[in-house]
Write a protein that binds this ligand. Structure first.
Ligand code: ADP
Ligand code: MG
Length: 240
């Protein structure tokens, strides 16, 4: 569903993605962990062309993402993205946040988008909040709206970049539970997170990044109990 081949990216002199090779199968859940500054966010952003790469190829469901133009909007909407900061439209209702993309980009009718929007809000457990504006919701609820909004575009893959790091502890679980449900439902997911519980429950594979490289990849059990590289051992000793 996602393939990255020979990917290189520089920010000026900084070689931020180095020799990235990655294939994510349909329905696979890949957790990406690694120290701050190792390139995890850049990797995610490159997949939906929020960042350009200088070398290599990235495909989503077999398609190379175009550089720009109308085609890019369509292909980009195949990739749902959820960030640490929820980035909801402050002056629109929860339901409008979810239906805007389908109406504008997918050209759905308002009635159709509303119906599907309510289904998705129900799925993430906040249908009762549909007519509120984001500031009336808790952080965990806002993040679930962001997830519903991404799902409304019928993405082929969902990227999560530290979706729970900005949340108060008591709200982390409700967001992770939503993500576990999504994983169980067969969604292809790439998730940057240091939530080991999520990785152990939902991940098929853990990638460990350091200095712009994928240093190690393994099943969660193997990775957490028996990391191979010194970098991964050091990192796990700090966070566990
Ligand atoms: P991570 O998500 O693993 O913390 P990032 O992908 O955000 O890492 O960043 C990787 C490196 O690239 C860091 O050193 C960061 O400072 C640098 N970086 C990120 N975005 C930019 C940018 N727009 N311009 C220059 N350097 C950047
Ligand atoms: Mg990051």
């Amino acid at each position: 569903m996602v393939s990255m081949h020979g990917v290189q990216k520089w920010f000026g002199d900084l070689h931020v993605l180095q020799d990235i090779e990655l294939d994510v199968a349909r329905g696979e859940v890949v957790v990406v962990i690694g120290p701050s500054g190792s390139g995890k966010s850049t990797l995610c952003r490159a997949i939906n062309r929020l960042e350009t790469i200088q070398e290599g190829e990235i495909r989503v469901d077999g398609n190379v993402l175009p550089e720009e133009g109308k085609e890019l909007a369509g292909l980009r909407s195949d990739v749902g993205m959820v960030f640490q900061s929820f980035n909801l439209f402050a002056h629109k209702t929860v339901l409008e946040n979810v239906t805007l993309g389908p109406i504008k980009v997918r050209k759905k009718s308002k009635a159709e988008a509303d119906k599907r929007g309510m289904e998705l809000l129900e799925r993430v457990g906040i249908d009762s909040q549909a007519s509120k504006v984001p500031s009336q919701l808790s952080g965990g609820q806002q993040q679930r709206v962001a997830i519903a909004r991404a799902l409304a575009m019928d993405p082929k893959v969902m990227l999560f970049d530290e979706p729970t790091s900005a949340l108060d502890p008591e709200m982390i679980k409700e967001v992770l539970d939503t993500m576990v449900d999504l994983a169980k439902g067969g969604m292809t997911m790439i998730v940057v997170t240091h939530e080991m519980g999520f990785a152990r429950t939902a991940a098929d594979r853990v990638l460990f990044m350091a200095d712009g490289r994928i240093v190690e990849e393994n099943t969660p059990d193997e990775f957490f109990t028996n990391p191979k590289s010194d970098r991964a051992k050091d990192f796990l000793a700090k966070i566990l």
